[in-house]
Design a protein around this ligand. Structure first.
Ligand SMILES: [Fe+2]
Length: 136
């Protein structure tokens, strides 16, 4: 599900490495969800989902620092996109998820996956040339 390939590259090694790490954690969550069938490993799944949140937050901060440092014009717009994602995550009700575990976790995973893929291939791609020029 979370398979990295060069089509996701923003041509900035530091960012690509962080995006790869996000894919890696996403895949870990996915594998746990799959493995889960018949087992109760909800705690491990939730722990991995939390890791994905935390790393996403960390990554956003790092990306924003870089864009700010070089005076990226679309920064505000980009910050807003990051914010929307974090707000959605913050609004999730863990107890609700606990009540409908399988369905909720796989929905959450799909949401995170589609968001990450979409964000990288749309909004992140827009700063690719800008950052490449500034980092050269
Ligand atoms: Fe971004």
């Amino acid at each position: 599900m979370f398979e990295w390939n060069d089509a996701y590259s923003v041509k900035v090694p530091l960012i690509d490495e962080q995006h790869k790490k996000l894919f890696g954690i996403g895949q870990k969550v996915y594998n746990l969800v799959e493995e889960r069938k018949g087992y109760d490993n909800y705690d491990r799944v939730l722990e991995a989902v939390n890791e994905l949140y935390d790393y996403t937050r960390y990554h956003f901060v790092e990306e924003e620092k870089l864009l700010r440092k070089y005076g990226y014009e679309e920064l505000d717009n980009h910050l807003q996109k990051h914010d929307e994602f974090l707000q959605h995550l913050d609004s999730l009700d863990i107890e609700e998820i606990d009540l409908h575990q399988d369905e909720a976790i796989s929905d959450l995973l799909k949401f995170i996956a589609s968001w990450i893929f979409k964000h990288i291939n749309n909004v992140d791609f827009e700063y690719s040339d800008f950052l490449q020029a500034n980092l050269a």
